[in-house]
Write a protein that binds this ligand. Structure first.
Ligand code: ZN
Length: 509
């Protein structure tokens, strides 16, 4: 570009070019990650990792460049900011937040952390395999120490752990979460106890068997189609750990994993990722090519996957409509099962040690435990060495069971090896957001339950698009739930929903 032309380029135009370029690099990185996780040849991974590293570094450089700093300073000046439209104003705010966060970390420290966490992930895998928590402790200690440095550099928000929470759920505080989890504990722990003592445990024997993979795939695709997942703007593949990746609104891919002896695993996994995908496919085209064209927070994202997976996919009406289709996919295998029995069978509650295998009710207790422990690590200086004892005690208190070893206890999740402290609460926040949204959805779409029971899932998708999806990152999580329900996030809707559902299934008083 000539000097003259550069001088004529407005700060806004140049800023949009830069953020657009970053978004393009991220899209390319997204395709490469998708490829690496869905069957890229193993022998090419090492070279590919280097290519990923190079492009990531380039992206980081752009987002923290002196030019970006100057543009943000200019555009953030009150006189300039006033003239920006809503989209550009939010874009400046979001980019400035990222810029500040990244600029405060010395590059050497960042590099050290990237290397450490990638080593820690293999160390964690090994420790889990050999049930060797002490072998993982040195990594955990270093990761926590560097995270403490990050918190210092970013600035402590009320408590150190609050600073971490804000990364995943902007505006969320420990005060708020203490209240929400306290309320969940007060109602869900007794409910889980009542269920454990109930004589009406649903029959699940019909869920055992061998279920043809192609037929599972066919059924999963049928459900995705009815949910309104656009196959011309996405695809369904297989991977060990299912995920959804939004490259742009025109390319949102999901994966699932088919288990031969479990007909529900791939199905609910697909609906879950399908919920994430509906969100990303239906963001307004106005945000295309900007960093605002994505979900607004991890909690709101999880609310969409969980709403579709649990509140729709595990409802009685859904199975009144779709059980015949499932039966047709597996001739002779599920013929004797009624919709009512199928519904009860897929909603069995069992206190278990492993989070990712937990039912809809006890799942929240697994999350509550992790939240309390993370808070202790950062706010109360709990030593990582003491984690197994604390973990086991909390499982006994909340779920009445104790892991027999650390592999099925404190070592089960990958998150901490990657330094993702503050992420876990998103899962329960998602459940709470979803329950609160569904209360309003039923008021607005008065025949919602009849619609689901007749396979009409699109009106709900349209409503969610209007309320949540289209806004992308234009609205903050708190604004979304406030606009929908007129209130901030409450725990009572999730508790009501779970109590009603399980009282009926388990014939509780
Ligand atoms: Zn999810």
């Amino acid at each position: 570009m000539s000097q003259l032309k550069q001088a004529q380029t407005s700060p806004l135009k140049r800023f949009r070019e830069l953020t657009g370029q970053i978004k393009q690099y991220e899209e390319i990185l997204g395709v490469v990650y998708w490829d690496m996780r869905t069957g890229a040849p193993r022998k090419g991974i090492e070279m590919r990792s280097e290519a990923v590293g190079a492009l990531s570094a380039e992206t980081f450089k752009l987002s923290t460049s002196a030019e970006m700093g100057e543009l943000l300073a200019q555009l953030s000046e009150p006189a300039q900011k006033e003239q920006l439209d809503d989209i550009n104003r939010r874009l400046v705010e979001e980019t400035a937040k990222e810029y500040e966060r990244n600029r405060k970390i010395p590059p050497e420290l960042y590099r050290e952390y990237v290397v450490l966490t990638s080593q820690a992930e293999s160390a964690w895998e090994e420790a889990k395999e050999n049930n060797d928590f002490p072998g993982f402790v040195p990594y955990l200690e270093k990761i926590i120490a560097i995270n403490r440095q990050f918190i210092e550099l970013w600035g402590v928000k009320t408590t150190p752990y609050d600073t971490l929470l804000d990364m995943y759920e902007p505006g969320l505080t420990t005060v708020e979460l203490d209240r929400l989890f306290g309320e969940l504990r007060a109602r869900l722990v007794p409910l889980a106890e009542q269920i454990a003592n109930s004589k009406h445990r649903p029959d699940t024997t019909f869920l055992q068997g061998t279920f043809d993979k192609e037929a599972q795939k066919k059924f999963s695709k049928l459900i995705l189609k009815d949910m309104g997942y656009d196959f011309e703007a996405g695809r369904l593949d297989e991977s060990v750990h299912p995920f959804a990746t939004g490259l742009s609104t025109g390319d949102v891919r999901i994966t699932t994993r088919y288990l031969l002896h479990d007909v529900t695993s791939a199905l609910f996994g697909t609906i879950h990722e399908g919920g994430h995908a509906l969100y990303e496919q239906n963001i307004t085209p106005e945000l295309n090519g900007t960093p605002l064209s994505t979900g607004t927070s991890m909690g709101i994202h999880e609310s969409q996957s969980r709403l579709w997976e649990n509140m729709i996919g595990r409802s009685l009406g859904f199975w009144q409509r779709y059980l015949p289709d499932l039966q047709a996919c597996f001739p002779g295998q599920l013929d004797e099962v009624s919709a009512e029995d199928f519904y009860r069978g897929i909603n069995v509650v069992e206190p278990s040690l492993i989070r990712i295998e937990a039912d809809e009710l006890t799942y929240n207790l697994h999350i509550m435990i992790r939240y309390e422990i993370e808070k202790m690590l950062f706010n109360d200086n709990l030593s990582p060495r003491d984690l197994p004892a604390v973990w086991n005690r909390k499982y006994q208190e909340a779920l009445g069971i104790t892991p027999s070893n650390d592999a099925e206890g404190v070592l089960q999740d990958v998150h901490w090896s990657g330094g993702a402290f503050g992420y876990f609460p998103s899962y329960s926040l998602g459940n709470m957001y979803a329950a609160q949204m569904m209360v309003i959805a039923r008021q607005k779409i008065t025949t919602l339950d009849q619609q689901v029971a007749s396979g009409m899932l699109l009106p709900l998708k349209e409503w969610l698009t209007e309320q949540v999806y289209q806004h992308g990152k234009l609205l903050q999580p708190g604004e979304i739930i406030e606009r929908i329900s007129g209130k901030s996030l409450e725990s009572s809707h999730l508790c009501d929903y779970l109590e009603n559902k399980y009282r009926e299934i388990y014939h509780l008083e």
